[in-house]
Structures are given as C-alpha cells and as structure tokens.
Design a protein around this ligand. Structure first.
Ligand SMILES: Nc1ncnc2c1ncn2[C@@H]1O[C@H](COP(=O)(O)OP(=O)(O)OP(=O)(O)O)[C@@H](O)[C@H]1O
Ligand SMILES: [Mg+2]
Length: 238
C-alpha cells in the first residue's frame, strides 16, 4: 500500500435492507485520495455522500469492497481496533456540531483528547487559539454562537491531529460569512498539517476551493476533478 494514498476505496458497495426493499446507497465505488488534499464531495440528496463518509470513518461498514484509511484496512480490524481507529485516525465534524452541552469549549476538546495517545495530541487551549477561540475556552456551547460552536467542533477534531478529517455539511447551519470562515480555517489547517479533509456539501460553490471534487450520483461516482488553482474561500459567492 502506497503510504501517500491516505484514503483508498475499491469496489465499495453498501446496500441497506429495508424489509423486502434493498436500497443500494453505494455501488462499486472506487476512489483514491492522496495525502494533504482538500476534497469536496458533491451530490444530490440521497446520492450516498453520508454513507460514503461514514464507511470511510468506520461508523458504518460497506456490504462489500475494500476501504483503506491511513494504512488501515478497515474491514480487517477487530471491534477494539476499529474503536482505536475512530479515535486516532479520523476526526469528525458534523452539521449540528455535536458538542457536549454540559462541558465548556475547552472540556469538549479535552474530552476528545483524553482518548488519544499523549504524543500525538495538541493542547486544547492551543487548538482553540488556532481556531480563534482562545478567549472563549471557558464558555459552554449555549454561550457560543453557531459559528463559534462549529469552530469548537473543528478544534475538537483537529486537536487529535488525525490524518483524515471527515466533515458532513459543516457549514449547513451557518450564515454565509461564518461558513466562509470555517471553510478557510479547514483549508488552512489542511495545508499546515498535511491532513486530508473530505467535506460533504450540497453547495457547488464550495467545490471551487477544493483540490479535488468528487461527484456522487445515485450511489456512483460520476466524476473526480482536480482543481489546478483552488479559489480562496473569500472569493466564493453562493
Ligand atoms: N440506515 C439506513 N437504512 C436504510 N436506508 C438508508 C440508511 N441510511 C441511508 N439510507 C439510504 O441510502 C441512500 C443514501 O443516503 P445518504 O444518507 O448517504 O445520502 P446523502 O447523499 O448523504 O443525502 P443528503 O444530502 O440528503 O444528506 C438514500 O436513499 C437513503 O435513503
Ligand atoms: Mg447526508
């Protein structure tokens, strides 16, 4: 396995069985993403974006095919190894932030850090500073705006220094300017840390700032394009 290929999918299919009905959410998907790329996954509702992300993150498992992330062949991992993989190798950023309401910003980040080995993690306060929230570390989620909560979620994912960060509609709940700020933050971090970002979105404008754009349609990859000159998030209009 080429180390450079941090995410590799071969012939990946996912079928959900709903009683008599089979839903083919992914159909023989092949995809290779090299280290440090900012990748946007586009596609209409129901095209399989979340399913693909969840399979890559080890939250869901494919019905058939091979998924290798950071050198780990996911289907070959035991439950224990899979838990470790989810903690150490991938970071998740969701549409609705998913912060723990009874913990402060700093505690939310610390909580995620507790689970990973000391040598790989940054400090919660450092990472909160990196996302511009150094002065909000002791705020609870209810005392933060939506954009600030999403920045805490970005900090929580990045503090683990994972090689792969998976984001499902990270700007879906944010206004335009805040969305741009979060995107710029993620793009800058992917450049600095050389980690992969896979960002699922409905928003075609976001695709212009990506290194790679993957389009899904009815569970199949319809195209993979490379942007030679990704745009600055500031220049996006949607
Ligand atoms: N747990 C499940 N059980 C049964 N069918 C499912 C399940 N999860 C997803 N599906 C089906 O699989 C297909 C792909 O769903 P998925 O959530 O991956 O789409 P999506 O591209 O993320 O859509 P959206 O943009 O609306 O979030 C859909 O037809 C959906 O109904
Ligand atoms: Mg989805």
């Amino acid at each position: 396995m080429d180390d450079n290929k941090t995410v590799f999918l071969e012939n990946v299919s996912k079928t959900y069985q709903m009683g008599e009905i089979e839903v083919k959410a992914l159909k023989e998907v092949d995809l290779t993403i090299t280290k440090g790329k900012f990748v946007v996954v586009l596609g209409p509702s129901g095209s399989g974006k979340t399913t693909m992300l969840n399979c890559i993150g080890g939250i869901d498992s494919p019905t058939s095919g091979t998924i290798i992330v950071g050198g780990n062949d996911i289907s070959k991992l035991t439950e224990k190894e899979l838990t470790k993989f989810r903690r150490n190798t991938v970071g998740f950023i969701f549409q609705f932030f998913n912060l723990i309401p009874t913990l402060t910003a700093r505690e939310n980040v610390d909580f995620a850090l507790d689970l990973v080995p000391k040598e790989t993690r940054g400090s919660a306060v450092e990472v909160l500073k990196q996302v511009g929230l150094g002065d909000r570390a002791n705020h609870f989620p209810s005392q933060l705006s939506g954009g600030e909560q999403q920045r805490v979620a970005v900090a929580r994912a990045l503090a683990k220094r994972p090689p792969v960060v998976l984001c499902d509609e990270p700007t879906g709940e944010l206004d335009f300017d805040t969305g741009i700020m979060i995107l710029r933050l993620m793009r800058d971090v992917s450049r600095q840390e050389h980690c992969n970002f896979l960002v699922v979105t409905h928003n075609a404008a976001i695709a212009r700032m990506a290194d790679t754009v993957v389009r899904l349609h009815s569970g199949e990859i319809s195209s993979v394009e490379t942007n030679e000159n990704p745009e600055d998030p500031e220049n996006l209009v949607w």
